[in-house]
Structure formats: C-alpha cells, structure tokens
Design a protein around this ligand. Structure first.
Ligand code: FAD
Length: 565
C-alpha cells in the first residue's frame, strides 16, 4: 500500500489526509505543533477557549463531504456542487446547518447577521445576505445606490457562477489553462481591482467598503485583489455564515477523529526538517536532472519513507527550508522571495467579566477606522504601522457561552498589520498597539469598562506567524492573492519537477480561507489520483507514478457538469 505523508495539520493538510486515506493510501500527518489546526489552533487559558484563527465558517457542504468519506470511496468524481446545494432556499437560517455526517462529529449553527460593520461615525450596516434588509439599509445610507446594488448583485452573481461554481476546482497547471479563461474574466470585468469594481456601482464610501472588505478575510487587499473575489459576497449569501459549537477547534477535532477512524495517523509535536529526494533510481538527485520524493527527515533526525509527500506548510517554508537549494530551479530562493506575501495580523485574545448590561455587539463585528484606502496602502504597500486601525472583533460567547467560564465573555480582535518585511519591532510596537485597541473598544463604547473587566489575555503578532507557524515573513494568509499571483501564477498543487511532491492549503491553488483550503485538498487529491492511477472508487491500480497531461484536476470534470446545471 502506498504511503503518503502530509506535512502540517491545518485544515488543508487534514482535508487532504482524509481524502488520501479514503483513496487507499496509508496516510500520516506530521504536525510541528502539539495539536492539530495550524491557524485554526484552539488555545485554552483558565477555562476560556480561544479559536486562534478562522471563525467565519462558510460552505458547510464542503465539511459534510469530508465527514462522509469512507475508506475505498474517495468520492472524487461526484459533482462539487450538487443540485441539492444550489437551490434557491438552501441557506439554513436556524437550527443545525451541518449535514447528516457532520452531525456525528460536531454541531454547526448559522449566524445572523453575518457581520455587523461599524463605520467610524458610529453607524453600522448589518449584512445578513437578505436582499430586502440589504436594500433597506442601502436606502438609509444613500438611496441613489439602490440601483447600483441591483447591478452589483447581478454582476457579482455572474462572477460567482463562473469563478466559483464552474472554475473554482480548476487546477491551473500550465499557461494555456489560464489563457483559456481570460476572455471570460475580461467579459465579467473580474480582473480589475475589487475596490474599483465595487466603486462602479456605489457612490457611498460606506457601501464601497461594505462590499469590498471581505477579501481581507483571506489576505487580499481590496485595492489590488481582482474583482473575481466579489464571489466571496455571493458564497456567503448563497450558503450563509456558520459557527461550530465549541469553536472551530471542535471542527479540527472532528477531522482528527475522522482520520483516525479511516485508519490514518496524526503525529503532533513532529516537525519535519527536510523533504528527501533522489534521482528516481536511488541515486543522488541534481538541480536539472530527474527527481523523486522518497520521504522526510524529522527534526529529531529520524527518516520516514513515503511514495508521496504533500506539504501543507507555507510555500516559502516548504521550498526554502525543507528542500535543498541545489535541487531547486523552478522554486528557487529568488523566485520565492520575489513573490508578494499577504499582510500579517496582530490578534488579541481576551476574556472579560460580564456586567448586568448585555453587550451591544454581534458575534462578528467589523469595526472600520477613519481611513480605508490610505490605511490599506500603508499596510500592504508602504509596510508601515499606521496610527489608526480597523479590526474584526469576534465574540463567540454571544452564541456559545461554553467558550468562557460562567459570567464571562471570550473574544478576540484581529488587526491587519504589515508582514515582517516591514522591520517593525513587535516587542516594542505590540504592547502600544494593544493598549490603543483596548482604549478604543472601551472608550468608544464597544465594550464599556473593558480594561477593568479584563481577566485573561494572549497576544500574537507577525512574529508568531513567522516563528511558530513557520510562515515566510510572518504572512498570515500565504502568497498574497493578486492578479499576477492567482490561478496559474499561484504556487502549483503538483510540483513542476519533483515527482511525488504536492502542495496543499493557503499557499497553493486556489488560495486562503477555510473553504478554499478544503477545495485545495480535493484538487490535490484529484491530481494524485491521476498521477497514481487511483480509481475513483478507491481501489489502487498502480504503484507507478503516471504524470498526467490534463489541466482539469477532475477526472469527470465536475466543473463542466455544474456549467450545465
Ligand atoms: C487570525 C486568522 C483568522 C482567520 N479567519 C478566517 C475565517 O474566519 N474564515 C476563513 O475561512 N478563513 C480565515 N482565516 C484564514 C484560514 O484560517 C487559513 O487560510 C487556513 O486555515 C489555512 O489553512 P492551511 O491548512 O492552509 O494552513 P495552516 O492552518 O497554516 O496549517 C499549516 C500547518 O503546517 C504546520 N507546519 C509548518 N511547517 C511544518 C514543518 N516543517 N513540519 C511539520 N508541520 C509544519 C504548521 O504548524 C501548521 O499547523 C483566518 C486566518 C487567520 C490567521
């Protein structure tokens, strides 16, 4: 039986491990940290549980697919978007939004509104995906933008249908696969920047922000990210926003349990030091000669053999730290360093006492600062630490009181900041920014009296992403999503020149965000199924690597199928 190693137990790594194990590979996940999750690590402090990363759960159908997997049934040839999830009223507005298989592992519930977006003048917009309430709120802000919203809605829907439903699972492995879709993207106007796209429809600055900020949740600068990311708006509108009771950590635990049930192995506190490569015949490999993966060497020096290795680690870390420079030409240090990396984050996790006055906040709160475009330019391009800030404030205890001891709330607030290419000294700047954030939340009345009510806190800065999560320059979301780093120009899921090496997760195609990394896992599993001639019913036919010429990762082209629905 083929042995597969997955480096990293983030959502991307775990999802791929589940699929490979279901496809018949004997799969081992090697995770550097003491528990799985990666960016979705859940930290416990004095009875509080803090999800350190993703909190906005979208597309529960992707989760259901993974929990429904069975050994010998990788289900790679089934439609990615079956009609059952494309109907007009599929979005669950109350009750349990997890499917039958999911419910055995965790409880997923819908969140409404999706977000409350606070503007700097103290007013807000509750985005809940409901066209009527959206229209009402747009009218209150600027009645002239109502007509623009109708056009935006129609055009963003077309982008969603083409960009997500039809092309979302396409593995762009060569330039031709990319060129084929360019005419469509031009026709949809999806290559201009998201902010410029949004500005075509809305006069109001507030509405331009409401309909463009979402790309920040996957590391994309709205001023740069192509308008294809307008699809996020529609993904949320179509399938809603959800929360996993017990936190996102409960979903991670569910995936780990499922892997165990399928017979796979998860080893935590097991950092990989090197990906081992030979010339395909047991000899020494060279930069331009044939190369094949043979396994990995762990930091403790032990060697594990495998027929294929999939890295869920950061793209920069994978190539620059785990593969000898003398074996790389495609992913040279020069190439990796010249990529643009997503911004980083400072995240403050904090617990505080409840008072008799209930919190006047929602589960997900976006608190926009006084500046938008200038702030984004400073963070992404100038790489300076601005004096002002915008933040995303997450208060899970409004939905799930078990996340904090009785009588207390658990929360986190996330502030986009430049990555470590900035030279900012976080030992000095971190505490100052933290104090400014607490002061703002307290004095502007978001959490009155916060500083007196605080009970616990934990802070991470770009140094955490760089040191603990091993991300190049401490990026929070991998390679920055921009036109010149999307699709074919984004790191490939199958190595260009090393047989048996694959990349999965935020750094690879299609990109960051929990639904995307689950898609990345399915795309990579399909590529592996082609390369190793795995029958889609799971029976392994061949041990031989059979590189495929196909650019569509799906054996039965579900994209084409969706196109016809
Ligand atoms: C604070 C924050 C909030 C976010 N909020 C949301 C949200 O609400 N919704 C959403 O959809 N997305 C959100 N995202 C984005 C989303 O969390 C990520 O894109 C996604 O979880 C990345 O998953 P991954 O599997 O690609 O990688 P990761 O989660 O980064 O996992 C990679 C794993 O590889 C391990 N690793 C690295 N090197 C080695 C090595 N040498 N040996 C062994 N293991 C190694 C790391 O320890 C890590 O566990 C958020 C991200 C952050 C940081």
């Amino acid at each position: 039986m083929e042995r597969a190693i997955v480096i990293g137990a983030g959502f991307g790594g775990l999802s791929l491990a589940l699929r490979l194990q279901a496809a018949g590979f004997q799969t081992t996940v090697l995770e550097a940290l003491d528990q799985p999750g990666g960016r979705a690590y859940q930290k416990e402090i004095d009875g509080y549980r803090f999800d350190m990363g993703p909190t906005v759960i979208t597309v529960p159908h992707f989760i259901e697919e993974l929990f429904a997997l069975r050994r010998g049934q990788p289900a790679l040839d089934e439609p990615d978007f079956p009609e059952s999830i494309l109907g007009p009223d599929v979005r669950v507005r109350e009750g349990n939004s997890g499917g039958e298989a999911t419910q055995k592992y965790c409880e997923i519930v819908p969140i409404l509104p999706f977000y409350r977006i606070y503007f700097d003048d103290g007013t807000w917009f509750d985005y809940d995906g409901d066209p009527e309430s959206t229209r009402r709120q747009i009218e209150a802000i600027n009645p002239k933008d109502l007509e623009g919203y109708e056009r935006f809605h129609k055009d963003a829907k077309s982008i969603f249908e083409r960009g997500f439903l039809q092309l979302g699972y396409t593995c762009f492995t060569d330039v031709w696969s990319m060129l084929k879709v360019v005419p469509d993207l031009l026709k949809l106007d999806a290559v201009r920047s998201l902010f410029s796209f949004t500005s075509r429809y809305f006069e109001s600055d507030k509405l331009r922000q409401v309909f463009s900020f979402e790309s920040l949740l996957v590391g994309g600068n709205p001023l740069r990210v192509p308008a294809i990311y307008a699809m996020i708006h529609f993904v949320e509108k179509t399938w809603g926003i959800h929360y996993v009771m017990g936190g996102t950590g409960a979903l991670v635990d569910g995936f780990a349990r499922k892997l165990d049930e399928l017979g796979g192995t998860l080893r935590c506190s097991t950092p990989v030091a090197k990906i081992n490569i030979d010339d395909g015949r047991g000899g020494r490999a060279s930069r331009f000669g044939p190369k094949r993966v043979t396994g990995v060497t762990l930091e403790d020096g032990s060697v594990l053999d495998a027929e294929l290795v999939c890295s869920n680690a950061d793209y920069g870390h994978t190539y620059m730290k785990l593969i000898e420079p003398s074996l790389r030409w495609w992913n040279s240090d020069f190439k990796v360093k010249s990529m643009r990396w997503s911004m980083s984050l400072m995240v403050i996790y904090f617990g505080f006492r409840k008072t008799e006055t209930p919190l006047d906040l929602k589960h997900h709160n976006i608190i926009l600062g006084p500046r938008y475009e200038a702030l984004l330019t400073e963070i992404f391009d100038k790489k300076v630490l601005p004096d002002d800030f915008s933040q995303y404030l997450h208060v899970p205890t409004l939905t799930d009181p078990t996340m904090a001891p009785e009588g207390h709330h658990a929360a986190y607030t996330l502030i986009p900041v430049p990555h470590n290419g900035s030279g900012i000294d976080w030992e000095i700047q971190g505490p100052k920014l933290k104090a400014a954030v607490y002061e703002m939340l307290d004095e502007q009345g978001y959490i009155p009296g916060l500083r007196e009510r605080l009970t616990v806190e934990h802070v991470i800065t770009p140094d955490y992403f760089q040191g603990t999560l091993r991300s190049h320059l401490g990026n929070a979301f991998g390679v920055e999503p921009r036109l010149t780093q999307s699709a074919y120009f984004r790191p490939h899921n199958r190595s260009e020149d090393i047989k048996g090496l694959y990349m999965v997760g935020a750094s690879a195609q299609p990109g960051a965000g929990t639904p995307s990394v689950m898609m990345s896992a399915k795309m990579t599993a399909r590529v592996i199924a082609q390369d190793y001639e795995v029958r889609t019913d799971g029976a392994l036919l061949s041990l031989e690597y059979q590189p495929s010429e196909s650019t569509d990762s799906s054996p039965l082209s579900p994209a084409a199928r969706v196109a016809s629905t």
